[in-house]
Design a protein around this ligand. Sequence first.
Ligand code: 13P
Length: 387
Amino acid sequence: MPLVNMRDMLNHARRHGYAVAALDVVSLDFLEGVIRAAENCCAPVIVSLAESHFEHYDFELLMAAAVAACRRSSAPLALHLDHGTSLDCAVTAIRLGCNGVMVDGSTLPLSDNLTLTKAVVDMAHACGVVVEGELGYVPGVEGEDAEKHPGEVAYTTPGEAKGFVERTGVDALAVSIGTVHGRMRSKPELDFRRLADIAEVVDIPLVIHGGTGLSDDQFRKLIALGVAKINYYTALADAAALSILDAAEGKPRAGYTALTRGVRDAVRQEAERVIRLFGGSGRASEVLAQCRPRREVVHLILFNATGDAEAMMAKGRRLLGAIPGVRRVSTGHALTEGARYRHCWLIRFADPAVIEGYKHHPDHVAFANGDFRPMASDRLTIDYALD
Ligand code: 13P
């Protein structure tokens, strides 16, 4: 199943009065548990990878697994960077296969948050990728990695939210109305009045971070007021940890696979619970029918070269591979003697939208005019949308 356009997915949820669960994954067990839950519930789900967790796994390797897992899944999914803190991180996430990115400038002064978010939106939209921004601040209390969100809550104000959305062009907005990342120490007081006022002036899907610990009623009320995406992680991590602790009980010599055997299922169960609670179950076929699939492009160039083609291609792989929206640059040589073209470039773009920006990107222009074209006047170029 291809990834589904995340803007279409969130708009579908908003129109139909449910929220998509955005579930952070930190290992293969989490990834498999979350995707199995989406399939069992026939629900759209956002598979999220948070920058604050990158110290626990290799982003590139887990993304490769996530792309493969999404491709073979029957559920409509999006792959999302959670809490990205820089333009570079967003570029990397898109290169690795994310079709949504969050830019979290919530710890910055408002003007810096605006500047960073706008830069990420300009880059990501040119790559056909959806952006979630955050305004206000959702702190962490306790639980895994809650310390990565230190400090006090800063509530989002409706006026600032309106201006922020207009000036940045974000596709979804995370707001702060009293939730916290991690476990709750007491039942949180949510400012539903504030949420309703924000929803009144902001015409894009709203996002709630810090889903763990909210009551079923609170979730229902959030969704009724226009929340279309709910981020949820700590309860999945706690379910996984509990499964390991249970497996370890009375077995000090238990091995790694014996200890972790139940993790995937523990994550799946908790993920299924919230997917159903948020109203996403049974929506898969409507979402697949109504939302655009992600479509990647291969920019193919067949060519003959004079001079040192190897050095030129090595330079091109390095330079062109860093342009936003480029997923991979490969070069190749014909296997048959006497082939019409001896060499090729296979440049994979995240989306058809990348073609224009790539063409005019200064690194491409300099390489094409200064290195490639003078050596390769005999060439053929075609863009293919991948099925
Ligand atoms: P919880 O860990 O509180 O569920 O929050 C998750 C989150 O908001 C990730 O962005």
